[in-house]
Design a protein around this ligand. Structure first.
Ligand SMILES: [Zn+2]
Length: 587
């Protein structure tokens, strides 16, 4: 009944391959570090927000900013400014005034490596005015890198949306005018710019081993025992370990097996359920544990690294591994591990899951090689080309289901999203597992292509390679898209933190009510009547997000639909409030 398959030859051929964060060109600098550059909003982030300021005398740096920027410079990070200055379009100051103000900013705060200024107002429909991501792309290019290797610090939701839509990291430093819903929706929040800088440098350093290994490790057992999404976000850490070990064996559960088969760097997979890991835990069978311990003993691993979510304990498995004779064990544990762990690593809450796992690998002495980056990736040979019946690339995929009910998109909403996208000229493909055929048929209706039940995880990856974007909740397929560089419209139920579980290092737009009562409950079935975090979402916002991600429609719109602007996306719930109403200059 156990599938305990060893397929070393198949996997050895897929040894860690040079990585690129598709769709961007490969960076010129070593890829193993997290960030090359920090992008900064100007007004309200670097300097006091003086509405439409054209007067250099009125430039006042915010407290601690000069010292914080100097810490970034000393760490070798490049600095760029990305600022909306609609006062130019409105004639409230001239280009010469702006140049004098920016020169004064540099006089007080030190030099920046790049300046990006949007001179337009809302009416221009430009691609540079935040929340559009144009300036993030332009700045990263000017700084010799790509958005995924940048983090943007700003004080309003438009900064967060622009960064996310380009695939950059983002940290919100709220001011008194930052709206509560913008704070709720931000992937990360810091008290002020100095605190944001401390966090950026902490995350950057967490991926570097304190004691790098001199020699290649022998056989390393890596463990990730929960679902497909969990296994996928552990992929970068597994590649880091693979780069410094002779053989990698992954112990995973049945729900993670399909994902394990897609990951580079794994030589052998041992599939075995750990009954205490599941949300619906099964009894522990002593015989089964004896068989598992025997299997692990025969494996003869020199070391083990147990990867977990922040709410899981590695200690029960660590005990079994000790019984199986594994001499060295590394894991994250807040609980006192006694003699069960050799490396007891600790990570603050809110760190993106891939970085959390990478920091454990680093604590064990493993780092990504220079040619590889921290993004998610799949073995190219494990993903077939997209089915010809889909008629070429560029379609939008909607995956309405989830293994966790609280994170699924309500079916009637999903059906309305298909309709709105199709009427705007997009081809829509609906995907789902074998148990979701009824759901996908309902959602696809007459306007979408229904692939429900026809794709395993590798098949879904194949479909996604031809997708312009994926519309999906917080579930495994979001991480498959991230691994393929396919932009994501994330219908994110806030039961867990977005900054921790959102699509990683890929262009993405977050939708849904981030401040809903289910926030941070970790609920698996929605604890609030009517599933309000997602059910109140307007399908027009999904279309706006697809446009923000620059996915072109295939056909002209079927008929004139409702007017949709990116402001609805930027503002977050309640939808439809334009970002320009929050006051201040440069908004
Ligand atoms: Zn512009």
């Amino acid at each position: 009944m156990r599938r305990d398959q060893d397929e070393p030859d198949q996997r050895r051929s897929a040894r860690v391959d040079p990585g690129v964060d598709r769709p961007f060109p490969p960076p010129a600098r070593p890829a193993g570090v997290l960030f090359d550059a920090v992008l900064l909003d100007r007004d309200g982030t670097l300097v006091e927000d003086v509405p439409y300021n054209g007067d250099p005398e009125k430039v006042r740096p915010l407290p601690g900013v000069r010292e914080a920027l100097d810490r970034l410079r000393a760490a070798g990070l490049r600095l760029g400014v990305v600022t909306n200055q609609s006062g130019l379009a409105r004639g409230l100051f001239g280009a010469a005034d702006l140049a004098r103000v920016n020169a004064r900013v540099e006089e007080l705060l030190g030099p920046f490596d790049d300046w990006q200024v949007c001179p337009h107002d809302d009416r221009a429909g430009c691609r540079c005015r935040k929340p559009e991501p144009g300036m993030v792309y332009a700045a990263s290019g000017a700084l010799g890198t790509v958005p995924a290797r940048c983090v943007l610090v700003g004080d309003i939701g438009a900064d967060m949306v622009a960064a996310g839509a380009a695939g950059a990291g983002a940290i919100l430093v709220p001011t008194p005018v930052t709206r509560p819903e913008e704070i709720a929706a931000a992937p990360h929040v810091a008290r002020d710019l100095p605190a944001a800088v401390t966090e950026i440098l902490r995350r950057q350093n967490a991926l570097r081993p304190t004691t790098p290994r001199r020699d290649r490790a022998g056989t390393v057992l890596v463990v990730r025992s929960d679902s497909a999404g969990d296994v996928l976000v552990t992929g970068p850490a597994i590649r880091a370990v693979a780069a410094g070990a002779r053989k990698i064996v992954l112990l995973c559960g049945p729900r993670g097996r399909a994902a394990a088969d897609l990951l580079p760097g794994i030589d052998e997979v041992v599939e075995w359920p750990l009954p205490w890991i599941d949300g619906d835990p099964q009894p522990v069978d002593p015989d089964d544990m004896r068989h598992l311990t025997d299997r692990l003993t025969r494996l003869g691993a020199d070391e083990a690294i147990i990867f977990t979510s922040y709410h899981q304990s590695p200690l029960p498995l660590a005990l079994l591994l000790r019984v199986a004779g594994v001499p060295t064990i590394h894991a994250i544990s807040d609980d006192y591990p006694g003699s069960l762990l050799d490396t007891r690593h600790r990570v603050p809450v809110g760190v993106p899951e891939p970085e959390r796992a990478l920091s454990l690998a680093a604590a064990a002495g493993f780092a990504l090689p220079d040619h590889d980056g921290p993004g998610l990736r799949l073995r190219p040979d494990a993903v077939p080309p997209p089915p010809a019946e889909l008629g070429g690339p560029g379609y939008v995929v909607l995956h309405p289901g989830s293994t966790v009910q609280a994170r699924a998109c309500p079916p009637d909403l999903a059906a309305r999203i298909v309709r709105v996208l199709a009427e705007a000229g997009h081809r829509v493909v609906v995907t789902g597992g074998p148990h979701e055929r009824e759901l996908t048929a309902l959602v696809a209706g007459d306007l979408g292509v229904d692939l429900g039940g026809r794709t395993g995880l590798a098949g879904l990856a194949a479909v996604l390679t031809g997708a312009g974007a994926l519309v999906v909740g917080n579930t495994g397929p979001a991480h498959v898209a991230a691994a393929l560089g396919v932009p994501v419209v994330s219908l994110f139920a806030p039961t867990v933190p977005y900054g921790q579980w959102g699509p990683y290092r890929v262009p993405a737009v977050r939708l849904g009510d981030a401040g809903a009562p289910c926030r941070d409950t970790r609920a698996t079935s929605c604890p609030v009547a009517g599933h309000p975090c997602l059910s109140r979402l307007d399908p027009a916002d999904v279309l706006a997000a697809v446009r923000l991600l620059d996915v072109p429609a295939d056909r002209p719109p079927a008929r004139t639909g409702p007017t949709v602007g990116v402001a609805a996306v930027a503002a977050g719930p309640p939808v439809g409030r334009a970002v320009t109403t929050s006051g201040g200059s440069g908004r």
